[in-house]
Design a protein around this ligand. Structure first.
Ligand SMILES: Cc1cc2nc3c(=O)[nH]c(=O)nc-3n(C[C@H](O)[C@H](O)[C@H](O)COP(=O)(O)OP(=O)(O)OC[C@H]3O[C@@H](n4cnc5c(N)ncnc54)[C@H](O)[C@@H]3O)c2cc1C
Length: 429
């Protein structure tokens, strides 16, 4: 019987392993770390005395593959699912607050209604987004849209940075188009924000591991693939340092690791080279604060403009702030970032506290810098995204960076895992 070795227990490896295990295949999942989840993980932080996520993750109701993965592992109900597609924002400089509310149906009449769009913006500035559909492969978002328009700072820039984790001055315009098409282009039903109620592991990871174990799959942690020996057009042996796995004629391999690791393991593989960081800060308050204007129990987050952080999420007494495309911020000392995040928190949540408290008086803050959060989603990098099928007959590729046509997100990771599973299934017919 075919044994499939899946390397990497991030979302791409898990979604691949789940698919194959449910088809009745024998699966071994090998993970270098001591836990699964990769860039989408939860852990207990002793300093905060709370379980936290490495970073805030949001899905949109348009993320059909991610949602069907959650269905598959029986965890769809673990997401907060507001009925309304609405995003509260606050400008931390002026204190202005607004809520972006796309309407139902694909005709975007919401941009005509001042109370639904960003204050001070014109409907035409939203329609300019259609230009992305005709962007040339080498164009960036800033070359296609107008950075001088008032909508830039409050909509196009935050959208680009959130979706592509790349500054709009270097982000590929062609990759922002599928985001717009699949979300705002389909109306409110595709724009609902979805977040894990009890953390990333409880939604995306633990149920998948439980399903795999139930299906008889082997899950092995602290097992880093060091090298692959090839013979002709096949992978012949997996080298884990302490031991090797000889691959018989029926064995298959799926490599579901970040692009730099895949490129080191697979000779001649073209993969995106550069990455961009995301910085998160987690602040444990003395008690759960009240929801600020623009937040609801099912939407306990705010978009921030004019401060250091871009998004703020609330879970109980823990406030978590995010900065994507954080090339500059990630080089700053954690203490400086903590001070800036604290000031943003006080203003965004309208707390009756001093935004400039001394470190010793501030609540506990943990700064997490994910230096290789995603690949840099530039025009040049798009050409280096590799397909699931490789030149080796028994080896397929997965990972959010592979050629899914979507930005490097959970959606892309699931699509890639399933594409790799499909390659294995087709080859085993
Ligand atoms: C802070 C942050 C915020 C994010 N926010 C969002 C968001 O809001 N929405 C969204 O959709 N996406 C978001 N993302 C992106 C999302 O987390 C990733 O796209 C997704 O988790 C990538 O999954 P993956 O399986 O492709 O890669 P990874 O998660 O990197 O998984 C690869 C796995 O392979 C393992 N590995 C590496 N080398 C080896 C080896 N040699 N042998 C064995 N195992 C190995 C790694 O330990 C890891 O577990 C965010 C990412 C970060 C970091």
């Amino acid at each position: 019987m075919t044994r499939v070795h899946v390397i990497g227990a991030g979302i791409s490896g898990l979604s691949c392993a789940v698919r194959l295990a449910r088809e009745g295949r024998s699966v071994t999942l090998h993970e270098a770390a001591g836990q699964a989840g990769g860039r989408c993980r939860s852990y207990f932080d002793a300093k905060l005395d709370r379980s936290i996520d490495n970073g805030n993750h949001m899905l949109l109701s348009a993320n059909v593959a991610a949602l069907s993965y959650l269905e598959e592992i029986g965890a769809r109900h673990t997401l907060r699912a507001p009925q309304e597609a609405a995003y509260g924002f606050v400008d931390l400089r002026s204190g202005a607050r607004w809520t972006l509310r796309p309407n139902a149906g694909p005709l975007p009449w919401w941009i005509l209604v001042p109370g639904r769009r960003v204050p001070g913006t014109r409907p035409g500035a939203y329609l300019a987004g259609l230009r992305l559909a005709f962007a040339k492969p080498n164009q960036t978002v800033a070359e296609v849209l107008d950075p001088a328009d008032p909508l830039w700072e409050r909509f196009w820039k935050p959208l680009t940075v959130a979706a592509l984790n790349t500054a709009p001055e270097e982000a590929a315009a062609r990759l922002l188009w599928p985001v717009l098409r699949e979300t705002f282009g389909r109306g409110a039903a595709a724009c609902r924000p979805l977040i894990a109620r009890d953390g990333l592991a409880a939604s995306f990871i633990d149920p998948a591991l439980a399903l795999l174990r139930e299906a008889g799959a082997e899950v092995r942690f602290n097992r880093r693939l060091r090298a692959i020996a090839f013979a002709g057009d096949r992978a012949a042996q997996l080298d884990f340092g302490t031991d090797g796995v000889a691959l018989g004629p029926d064995a298959r391999v799926v490599i579901a690791v970040p692009p730099n690791v895949a490129a080191a393991l697979l000779p001649g593989l073209a993969a995106p080279q550069d990455s961009r960081p995301i910085v998160n800060g987690h602040i444990r308050l003395a008690q759960a604060p009240p929801l600020a204007p623009g937040m609801t129990a099912e939407r306990p987050f705010l978009g921030l403009v004019g401060g250091a952080a871009q998004w703020l999420f609330l879970r109980g007494d823990v406030v978590s702030l995010t900065v994507s495309a954080a090339a500059e911020l990630s080089t700053r000392p954690s203490e400086e970032i903590a001070a800036r995040f604290w000031a943003d928190t006080v203003r965004a949540l309208d707390l009756d506290l001093d935004p400039n408290l001394d470190p010793a008086e501030r609540p506990t803050i943990r700064i997490v810098k994910e230096r290789q959060a995603t690949f840099a989603q530039t025009p040049a990098a798009l050409g280096a995204r590799a397909p699931a099928r490789t030149r080796w007959a028994n080896l397929a590729l997965a990972g959010d960076w592979t050629d899914t046509g979507f930005p490097a997100t959970i959606e892309s990771a699931v699509r890639s895992g399933r594409a790799a599973a499909q390659v294995v299934t087709e080859d085993c017919r």
